[in-house]
Design a protein around this ligand. Structure first.
Ligand SMILES: [Zn+2]
Length: 274
C-alpha cells in the first residue's frame, strides 16, 4: 500500500518536473521526455541523416545557409537572454547544413540541428527569404513543437532508447519517429503537419527572430506568397503539404511586421536587409 502511494507520488512529481515553459508564449507545455534524453537522440539522428545524404559544402549557397543560420542562432539567444531565459539553449549544438535534394523542404531538429534542401532555394530566392524559413523552423525547435507532435508512446520509446544510450547506430524505428515529427523528408512515409496553432506561433516567433537578425520582416510575407504560388497544380511538395500557405498566415505576418521591427529595435537593430 505504502509503496503504491510512493509510486503515485513519484509519478506526479515526475510529470510536474517534465513541464517546461515556452519562453515565447509563457505557456506551460508537457515534456514527456526531457531535453537531456531528446537531444542526444536528435544529434545522433542528425548525423545519421547527414551521412546518408549529399551535404553541399563551400558553395556560395552552402556558405549562405551557414551565415544566415549563425545570425538566426545569435538573434534567438539575444532574445532569450533579454527575456530571462539565458541558458535555455546551453545544451544546443547548433549546426546548419545544405543538402543536395530537389525536395522543397527545410527543418530544425531539437538542439538547433538544421537542414535546408537545395530544392527550397528557388523559393527563398535570397538571404532574407532564407532567414524567414530558418527563423520559422528554429522557432518550432525552440518551442519544442516536434516533441508535442509525437505521441506519448513514441516519446516513451525515444526515452527508452536514449536511456539505454544509444550511440550504437540508429534503429529504423527511431529514425521513423524523428522523420515524422521533424519533417526529414518522405522516406518514412507519413508526414505529420504541425497544428495550426503551432504554425501561427512559429510564424510570429520566427518573424521576430529574423528581424532581430537584421532581416526585413515583410520578406516573410513575400516568402509565403511565393510558397502559395508554387503549391498550385500537382501534389504539393512536402514542405507545403505540412505548411499550407493560407491567406490567414500571410495576413498575420503582414500585421505583425511592425511589431517584429519594434522588437528588433530594442536590441539596437535599425536597418533591415531585404
Ligand atoms: Zn512550420
Amino acid at each position: 500500500m505504502k509503496t503504491k502511494t510512493t509510486l503515485i507520488l513519484l509519478g506526479a512529481v515526475g510529470l510536474f518536473l517534465a513541464c517546461t515553459t515556452n519562453p515565447f508564449t509563457g505557456k506551460k507545455t508537457l515534456a514527456l521526455v526531457p531535453n537531456s534524453q531528446i537531444l542526444p537522440m536528435a544529434f545522433q539522428q542528425y548525423d545519421a541523416f547527414l551521412s546518408e545524404n549529399n551535404v553541399v559544402t563551400n558553395t556560395s549557397e552552402a556558405l549562405m545557409v551557414k551565415r544566415v543560420g549563425e545570425k538566426i542562432k545569435n538573434a534567438s539567444e539575444t532574445w532569450l537572454n533579454a527575456n530571462g531565459y539565458s541558458g535555455y539553449t546551453s545544451d544546443y549544438r547548433w549546426e546548419y547544413n545544405l543538402v543536395q535534394d530537389d525536395q522543397i523542404n527545410a527543418w530544425c531538429m531539437p538542439g538547433g540541428k538544421i537542414v535546408v534542401y537545395t530544392g527550397i532555394l528557388p523559393i527563398t530566392q535570397d538571404e532574407a527569404g532564407l532567414a524567414a524559413v530558418m527563423g520559422h523552423e528554429v522557432a518550432h525547435a525552440l518551442a519544442n513543437h516536434g516533441q508535442q507532435r509525437m505521441s506519448a508512446g513514441q516519446l516513451q520509446q525515444i526515452g527508452a532508447v536514449a536511456g539505454t544510450i544509444a550511440v550504437s547506430g540508429s534503429s529504423q524505428e527511431t529514425q521513423q519517429i524523428f522523420g515524422t515529427a521533424y519533417g526529414l523528408g518522405t522516406q518514412f512515409g507519413v508526414m505529420l503537419p504541425f497544428s495550426r496553432s503551432h504554425e501561427t506561433e512559429a510564424d510570429i516567433i520566427g518573424q521576430q527572430i529574423m528581424a532581430i537578425a537584421g532581416y526585413e520582416p515583410l520578406e516573410a510575407v513575400e516568402l509565403w506568397q511565393r510558397m502559395k504560388a508554387n503549391s498550385g497544380g500537382q501534389a504539393p511538395p512536402e514542405f507545403m503539404s505540412t505548411h499550407p500557405s493560407s491567406d490567414t498566415r500571410i495576413n498575420n505576418l503582414q500585421a505583425n511586421a511592425d511589431n517584429a521591427r519594434a522588437e528588433a529595435r530594442r536590441f539596437g537593430v535599425t536597418s533591415f536587409k531585404r
